[in-house]
Design a protein around this ligand. Sequence first.
Ligand SMILES: Nc1ncnc2c1ncn2[C@@H]1O[C@H](COP(=O)(O)OP(=O)(O)O)[C@@H](O)[C@H]1O
Ligand SMILES: [Mg+2]
Length: 546
Amino acid sequence: MLRQAKTLKTSAAKSRTRVVPTRTVKRVYFFGAGKAEGNAAMKDLLGGKGANLAEMTNMGLPVPPGFTITTATCKEYNDLGQKLPRGLMEEVTANLRKLEKVTGKKFGDPDNPLLVAVRSGAAISMPGMMDTVLNIGLNDQVVEGLARLTNNPRFAYDSYRRLINMYGDTVMGVAHEHFERELAAVKKARGVELDTQLNAEDLKEVVQRYKRVYREHVGEDFPQDPMKQLQGAIEAVFRSWMGERAIQYRKIHDVRGLLGTAVNVQAMVFGNMGDDSATGVAFTRNPSTGENKFFGEFLINAQGEDVVAGIRTPIDCNRMAQEFSKQSWKQLLKIKEILEKRYRDVQDFEFTIERGKLYMLQTRTGKRNAVAAVKIAVDMYREGLIDQKTAVLRVDPASLDQLLHPMFDPTAQRNVIAKGLPASPGAAVGKCAFSAEEAHERTQNGEKVILIRKETSPEDVQGMHSAVGILTSTGGMTSHAAVVARGWGKPCVVGAGALQIDEKSRTFTVNGKTYGPQDWISIDGSTGEVIQGQMPTVEPQMSGPF
Ligand SMILES: Nc1ncnc2c1ncn2[C@@H]1O[C@H](COP(=O)(O)OP(=O)(O)O)[C@@H](O)[C@H]1O
Ligand SMILES: [Mg+2]
């Protein structure tokens, strides 16, 4: 407010003859300590994530505090030729001070550091299109302070190596695989298989190596100034809105009329503080069968994308009481109830447990298939959550076509080895074939194969048609493979960049593991997941609620 008043005064003073209308736009909305400036109705301005973080805060749910920079600011940024509008960083700083007050911590202070997450989020969800940077605010001094403060150097260095990786990748465009290689090397040298088996000293070594990678590829050192990190991450999220992937996604999904993405800056909570900490994702009901039963997974001592990245096998949330903590399980059930009462629909949400305390990081309406849509609508009507008209509207007639296609058994474990773009929906299971000719031939011999290519071209069409599914390591939603597969209704995942395909030796390598012609993989064209082995499929059945 003070700042706005000042702007008014100076501009009035400068233009005595000409009255310049000073439009003071509010660009930043705070949420925290049980109160938020936004709410669920403000998706267009705050994005879906921001609007619901505000809403959940107002509902009294445990949401780490933070603030949302509006989607309109993203438009300003891109209209200005990718420059932050004047006054934005002042507003950000003012909100950061507020955040420090609410959390009792200080950004950049080694003795009591506040760390933040910078998270994208447009009005509609665009899975995997834009990025998140966690643990902003760490540097060489702060990491030491955090280690002392928590008495947990392993946690501190684990967080730091993740920041350098995410910042390098998302903000500076250093390919993730360069970091991955160093991590693999340290694990190998220590003779361990899992990230969690690395100790504090090992992770210090990883940090050193990551910094080297950063310097090599960026040409300067990893920024030690937390404010510089924050600004870099905010700009990266704004830029990602105009990135090739995001533009293509909007084209394919016919998304129009949005201003841009919002940026959520939020205090970090830590699922990687030890065995009393965890992170997970869940649906309040089963999105494939519609069953009114909790559906989700979590990982102990983990952070961020670990759950979906398939680094370790996550635990079914329904086993949380037995394998983690009764109290957290109770909290989850309570949250299911509160969310469904408020939103009157299935919620797909993300949570993190820091030393036994559960925090909500996101909620949105859960996507479901047609079978589930029917069952959920009927059940919610019977439970008195929605009326009959709403129940009928909850089933999209166009989606009923899905009832004819098999899909992966939603209760089966998914060992996800890579993720690409969900180019053409459906589930496919097959052995690996590395050329169109091979795919065609082996299919003729009665095998089921998935055609795996860097990209496809018109000559490949016969083999593409023979294969049960198509997987490429490059290309976007409008690539040849994607367009052709969609035309046929064939499952297809494109742009799975982590795959290193060697056509000559007929193998591909991902996360240090190599797959050949006799190996089975499964692809989910609705999520973009590439899964190791043969996933069981289920035929949706027309019964019960129909
Ligand atoms: N404030 C936070 N504290 C801890 N972890 C976070 C925080 N914000 C996000 N994360 C982690 O990062 C993951 C991805 O971030 P998110 O912004 O939700 O990206 P996406 O839009 O891809 O889901 C979350 O699922 C969560 O595990
Ligand atoms: Mg998320």
